[in-house]
Design a protein around this ligand. Sequence first.
Ligand code: NAI
Length: 250
Amino acid sequence: MNDLPPKSLLGKVVVVTGAARGQGAAEAEALIREGARVIATDVTDAPGCRPLDVTSERDWAELARELRESYGQVHGLVNNAGITWRARVGDARPEDMARVHAVNVTGPLLGIQYLVPLMPVGSSIVNVGSSAALTGHYPVVYTTSKGALRGLSKTAALELGPRGIRVNTIHPGYIETEMTASAAPVFRESNIRETPLGRTGTVDEVASLVVFLLSDESSFITGAEIPVDGGLTSHGGVKSVSDALLRDSP
Ligand code: NAI
């Protein structure tokens, strides 16, 4: 007798953007392990990834056409592709705003617009936000883009609910990927200091949340925003106060 647990996404067709590396790659692998037929996509060439620039309407239209022909339906979309830009308020340029928002906000909008027509009742969309979107995180261009994505997610949840399509947002804290590796070391240290669990997160810890939100296990969850951040955004900045008092107490 086969006593393996049943696969939660057996046969579901799921598109993941930005899947060449980091969280997207881990999400694609986790979804495949759960039985999904994953279309991993990225703007950069990578083995197993189909080329797709999330800012390109033409790319989305072509992908939708192919999926209609090959599968007829799409059950899941993970809007994971994202870029950062670490200019401060005084240095952020209009062209930076346009470039980052094109990927982080317009990309997910296009994904929803082109794939929703292929989605049956019970489908699920996950937008990858950031702890930045819940706070006044310093890279203003990135923070505003992820804030805008929160708005898109909630509006889409409202509009697609009657069609039986769920839309949720996850907000990763500091996750070890190439994106965070490109920041100054002090960025990592200060994030750990502000994180109640006292460590950074892994791509697999984000991927398991994505699997849950794409599966029928989360069938009554929509319009939700779920941090996966070791508690980073839970304390409203009071962790340093608590830590200081603990240090000073006899
Ligand atoms: P990463 O930089 O390692 O990977 C991002 C992927 O997106 C890359 O493969 C890149 O080629 C792809 N991409 C960039 N522009 C694209 C475009 N126009 N079209 C298609 N693909 C494109 O980043 P990571 O860390 O894996 O981030 C994944 C998502 O998680 C992003 O949305 C990011 O903003 C978000 N996030 C990451 C956090 C972290 O600590 N690593 C924290 C919070 C949110």
